[in-house]
Design a protein. Structure first.
Ligand SMILES: [Zn+2]
Length: 287
């Protein structure tokens, strides 16, 4: 009798078998992290775009079609980020429900198109998480209560994170809240938290800038009194030292925008990514 009871308890306590978990595919790592936080061990999450690939121009692999075919839910950002995805879902013959995580946010423009990088505002990330939680609950109603509780706990963490960012920005003198950056991914961050991201004049993000480009950037930094630059595509240390020496601007570290790093990197989770970026920005911008 006692033996049977112990066995029954072990059964209850054992983690869900893979086949019982809700099978979810996320297009890229930030969405994968949100799904994992809400879904816990009740979902099995696969992320299509890996750490070294660019989500904007991803070429799906045959294994991606298999994953999408087996999924019950496919979570995408939308706003034109994953132009490659509709064809993948169709060619995989997938019956998965496609959920657009950005559906509830107010889009900004990037040039003439919608700016897809909405997750860089934490209030937007909270909308993503709330919508992902409802999608999971609809797909697996027996676990709805669990998903709601998980989402509530994670949303509280995001609220704390949002306060951290606002407090950090508040400590930067107002006239210093601007950087030159080759990233075009911080529009939502900028409008939410009030740090301006200014593109370097005439510099392509694809190629190493020439001496003339550097002279233009130096003129721009001086004219607009920009306290820091994040020029990640410049790999030549001499050019970076020249910018710093001639302008007094600080050269900041790496900002992370479109994907998380591996476990050993600085941003294995969304929360780590935001903390990494705000640290890089404040250390370049405060006195
Ligand atoms: Zn991007």
């Amino acid at each position: 009798m006692r033996f049977i009871l112990v066995c029954a308890m072990l059964l209850i306590a054992s983690p869900l078998e893979a086949a019982e978990r809700l099978n979810v595919v996320a297009s890229f790592s930030i969405l994968g992290d949100f799904v994992r936080n809400v879904g816990g061990d009740r979902v099995s999450v696969t992320t299509l775009v890996g750490p070294d690939s660019d989500v904007h121009v991803y070429t799906p692999a045959p294994s991606d079609a298999k994953r999408v075919a087996a999924a019950k839910l496919v979570i995408v950002n939308g706003l034109g980020l994953e132009g490659w995805l509709p064809r993948l879902v169709q060619s995989a013959g997938s019956k998965a429900k496609v959920i657009t995580a950005s559906a509830g946010i107010a889009p900004l423009k990037l040039g003439s198109a919608a700016d897809p990088h909405a997750w860089q505002s934490i209030p937007n990330a909270r909308i993503y998480v709330t919508d992902i939680a409802s999608a999971l609950a609809t797909a697996a109603p027996d676990d709805a209560e669990f998903f709601r509780a998980q989402a509530k706990a994670y949303l509280e963490k995001l609220e704390t994170l949002d306060r951290e960012v606002r407090d950090a920005v508040a400590k930067i003198p107002a006239e210093r809240r601007k950087v030159i950056s080759t990233h075009d991914a911080f529009g939502y961050f900028s409008s939410e938290y009030g740090i301006r991201f200014i593109a370097p004049l005439g510099v392509s993000t694809e190629t190493e800038p020439s001496a003339r480009d550097i002279a233009a950037i130096i003129g721009q930094i001086k004219a607009a009194r920009i306290p820091a630059v994040f020029l990640e595509n410049i790999t030549d240390d001499r050019l970076i030292r020249r910018i710093a020496a001639e302008t007094g601007a600080r050269v900041g570290g790496t900002l992370i925008s479109d994907g998380l790093t591996g476990e050993k990197g600085p941003a294995p989770t969304y929360i780590d990514m935001v903390r990494h970026n705000i640290k890089a920005l404040t250390s370049a911008l405060d006195h």
